[in-house]
Design a protein around this ligand. Structure first.
Ligand SMILES: Cc1cc2nc3c(=O)[nH]c(=O)nc-3n(C[C@H](O)[C@H](O)[C@H](O)COP(=O)(O)OP(=O)(O)OC[C@H]3O[C@@H](n4cnc5c(N)ncnc54)[C@H](O)[C@@H]3O)c2cc1C
Length: 474
């Protein structure tokens, strides 16, 4: 033994304290397992520290500032002076509160917390190196383990992140001064959400996207609405252009791009945000020692009970690949703990929603009409434009729609796409419908409060049945 070494034992070792890991640890504690959670950096993982929560704080605050300055049509004339340092301090306060909450929730469920980096030694032992020199390490013997080591930003060759000129999303969420101009490389959901927020705060934003359009996978009509609005906010799109590199240009960076046809362009901006996706972090805990080999995309393969190829070892969250979303990680963490405790829990990916917190928001769940056809259904589609929703008009947010897809024969709800204010919240009703096997009539027949946006969900369901009151039936 090395000086400072100690040895402990646990029934369930969880590696990584993000949404996947802490959900697994807390649930295991609730089920009476002796659980140990090891976190190398900060409890709450990417989601709480540098992802979902900080980004949504920035998006909300920037939306508020922008709305105040653009409410003349409501008879409101005001100016918003944004102090980015103050905004970031507010955001950091929320993060501290939530990460502290994770620690307390774990402790309340009897979870042992260890700070340090865990690596497997063999199928029943891990070594945890405590941070810092001379801090020692400890050996943990386990019966079962959950790998929840998350993901990290994909690096873009030629754009080494330095936190100054070239930023990743974490840097962008902690800027102390608003850049005059920002070039965002990557038009996925993170790039689009942050572009919108910085444009609303007053930065000149250019989005460079190698594909033909931004937000791939969210549906052309939804994407077009979000892109049009972003252009209204002053965001410039350079679609079909791949970022090649950058060079200093006075106080700015000059980013060079190339189109598919080989044409080169360049754009200057004070800062460059690289948001070209995230990759599983499957190389942080010596998986070889338990016989797990990550697949080609770097993720760990699992079955519907979160089991990996290694007996007794589960994997959850971003490290298992798409969908890399916090709520998917929470669910997988829960299932892993329940299976480890001997319960017959299983994952069901049919009703995992996704949301993009742009302006307007996009919410999706389940199948669209094409997907439903591909799965052998005869789909019926109902739609309600946000422009016909009284509540949307009172919010000054009338762009978008609710579209519901159901099976024509049985009426079972199969999916929805919602574009509009609070689409991220509205999509939950359709998720519940899919989860419980509800039919169109269950949603349309439920009395929704008036005037609310949720009425649009009921109207879209009624539209699919041919009984809508506020929009022409199909
Ligand atoms: C800017 C941004 C915005 C986002 N917005 C959303 C959103 O709105 N909605 C949404 O659903 N998702 C969002 N996400 C994605 C979300 O953050 C992730 O899907 C989620 O955090 C995944 O959880 P996880 O537990 O799998 O991994 P993580 O949250 O990445 O946690 C993994 C943890 O494991 C620790 N770790 C790694 N290796 C070791 C080791 N060997 N020993 C000990 N600890 C280790 C890490 O330090 C980390 O804390 C966003 C991400 C970003 C970057």
């Amino acid at each position: 033994m090395v000086v400072g070494d100690i040895s402990t034992g646990t029934e369930l070792l969880v590696i990584g304290g993000g949404p996947g890991g802490y959900a697994a640890a807390i649930r295991a504690g609730q089920l009476g397992l002796d659980a140990t959670l090891v976190e190398a950096d900060a409890y709450g993982g990417t989601c709480l520290n540098e992802g979902c929560i900080p980004s949504k704080a920035l998006i909300h605050a920037s939306g508020l500032a922008h709305a105040v300055e653009h409410a003349e049509s409501m008879g409101i004339h005001a100016r918003a002076d944004v102090d980015l340092r103050g905004l970031v301090a507010w955001k950091d306060g929320i993060v501290d509160r939530l990460t502290g909450g994770v620690e307390r929730l774990c402790e309340a469920s009897g979870v042992n917390l260890i700070e340090g980096r865990a690596e497997f030694v063999d199928g029943n032992t891990a070594r945890v190196a405590h941070g810092g020199e001379g801090q020692g390490s400890e050996s943990v013997e386990f019966e079962r383990a959950v790998v929840a080591t998350g993901s990290r930003p994909v690096e873009l060759p030629g754009f080494e992140v330095d936190g100054e000129r070239i930023l990743d999303s974490s840097d962008a969420l902690s800027l102390e001064a608003l850049p005059e101009s920002l070039c965002v490389v990557g038009g996925g959901y993170i790039g689009m959400e942050l572009s919108t927020a910085f444009a609303k705060l007053g930065a000149d934003v250019t989005v460079v996207e190698a594909l033909d359009d931004v937000l791939p996978g969210y549906g052309d009509d939804a994407t077009a609405i979000v892109r049009d609005r972003a252009e209204e906010l002053g965001i410039e799109f350079r679609r079909g252009e791949a970022a090649q590199g950058w060079a200093e240009a006075g106080d700015d960076a000059r980013v060079t791009t190339e189109t598919g046809a080989g044409e080169t362009n360049s754009y200057t901006a004070e800062r460059v945000l690289v948001a070209v996706g995230r990759e599983p972090a499957a190389d942080t805990c010596n998986l070889e020692a338990v016989g797990i080999e990550p697949s080609e995309d770097g993720s760990i393969e699992t079955d519907d009970a979160t089991r990996t190829a290694a007996e007794g070892v589960h994997a959850v969250g971003d490290v298992t690949g798409e969908p890399m979303l916090a709520h998917a990680a929470y669910r997988e963490g829960r299932v892993a703990a329940e299976v480890a405790a001997g319960e017959p829990a299983r994952l069901d990916h049919r009703a995992i929603p996704a949301a993009v917190f742009t302006d307007p928001e996009i919410g999706t769940v389940g199948l669209d009409a094409e997907g439903a056809e591909a799965e052998g259904f005869d789909p019926v589609v109902g739609e309600m434009p946000m422009g016909s929703s009284g509540r949307a008009l009172t919010l000054g947010a009338e762009t978008g729609f609710v579209r519901i897809v159901a099976d024509a024969e049985t009426g079972f709800v199969l999916g929805a796409r919602i574009v509009g204010p609070d689409a991220s919240e509205l999509i939950a009703e359709v998720g519940l419908a899919i989860e419980m096997g509800a039919r169109l009539g269950d949603i349309a027949g439920t009395v929704h409060v008036h005037p609310t946006l949720s009425e649009a969900v009921a109207e879209a369901a009624a539209n699919a049945q041919g009984t809508a009151l506020h929009t022409p039936n199909r």
